[in-house]
Design a protein around this ligand. Structure first.
Ligand SMILES: [Zn+2]
Length: 180
């Protein structure tokens, strides 16, 4: 909330409020000097809560999501703005679900799904934090799952190969050989 523009007092009462295009216009009266002023409040896309593993509720924070994904994408050769676009996408998807509460697990799954298409290394990094891999077997399973997704075909043609082909192939071949 905005401080009084006349005396900078932080508390005011709302005397009138009405919806305007993408926000709310409020007439306020300063509780200190009594002068009236108008505020326009953009409608926050809030009202979305995340249910955490310990069942606590926390308001969804795009910044938090961005921080987590940025961390996973650190030093990866991603196009400028890719991470921001990813977060926008995820946010939009969450709001599209039209729910008030979303379990953090669901959000994590959406992030993983998107990261998988963006950058394999970032995906693994995120997964290792988010899935809380306790042992190397679980991590290997996730990587195997990733490899068996037929990455060559599923990669959009406009996306740069993030792992050079010749680095990728021996791994895949090796996996096949070990199964026979
Ligand atoms: Zn005032």
């Amino acid at each position: 909330m905005m401080n009084c523009p006349y005396c900078d007092y932080q508390d005011s009462k709302v005397t009138d409020s009405r919806d305007v295009n993408d926000g709310i216009r409020r007439r306020r009266q300063c509780l200190s000097c009594g002068l009236r002023f108008t505020t326009y409040e953009r409608l926050q896309p809030s009202g979305l809560f995340v249910i955490k593993k310990d069942r606590r509720r926390e308001e969804f924070s795009k910044d938090k999501l961005l921080t987590g994904i940025r961390k996973a994408c650190e030093k990866r050769p991603l196009p400028t703005g890719a991470v921001d676009r990813l977060v926008e996408d995820i946010e939009a998807e969450l709001y599209q679900q039209g729910k008030v509460e979303i379990p953090s697990r669901i959000i994590g799954d959406i992030v993983m799904e998107k990261l998988k298409n963006l950058d394999y290394i970032a995906y693994i990094r995120f997964a290792s934090v988010y899935r809380d891999f306790t042992d190397i077997t679980a991590l290997k399973k996730a990587i195997d799952g990733l490899m068996s997704d037929n990455v060559e075909v599923s990669r959009p043609t406009n996306q740069l190969p993030l792992i050079p082909e010749d680095e990728l192939k021996p791994t895949v071949k090796g996996r096949h050989r070990s199964r026979r």
